[in-house]
Design a protein around this ligand. Structure first.
Ligand SMILES: [Zn+2]
Length: 149
């Protein structure tokens, strides 16, 4: 059994995970700046793959739908897990949540796992009004925050 893993797995000092092989995306390589992380990365049997455009598009659509606060790298990892039909290993709760919405199996590495799916709503940081676009319709602020819906 294989797994798609995020950068935390490497930064925290090599996964003692029972998977045969690890997959990750090129962008994760860029996040591995400490020598320790590099070392554990080199020691693990890791393959670096790009996700398909099709899966990436599907993940991004779902992300937009639920106003997910996940990063671009997160979405690439999820798209790769979707492509490969493998489990996604991440301690990022927002990414676990997006995986759940996308129908991808996930598990935590050292942290907790989410117990239920969540969506976010985008609200104005000034007055709290729900915002659809980039600017608050009530007060005109552009300081948009996300909160659990
Ligand atoms: Zn406002």
């Amino acid at each position: 059994m294989n797994a798609v893993v995020d950068s935390n797995v490497f930064m925290r000092g090599r996964a003692n995970l029972e998977f045969e092989r690890f997959y990750t995306v090129p962008s994760v390589m860029d996040e591995l700046e400490s020598p320790g992380a590099r070392l554990s990365f080199d020691a693990a049997d890791v393959r670096v793959e790009e996700p398909s455009d099709e899966s990436l598009e599907k993940v991004r659509q779902k992300s937009d739908e639920i106003n997910s606060p996940t990063s671009g790298v997160d979405e690439e990892l999820l798209a790769l897990a979707l492509d490969m039909g493998e489990v996604l290993v991440t301690d990022d709760l927002a990414l676990q949540n997006l995986a759940s919405h996308t129908g991808v199996r996930f598990r935590a590495y050292m942290g907790d796992e989410i117990e239920e799916e969540r969506i976010w709503v985008r609200v104005c940081g000034n007055c709290g009004e729900e915002v659809e676009g980039e600017r608050c319709p009530r007060c005109g602020q552009r300081d948009i925050k996300r909160k659990p819906g």
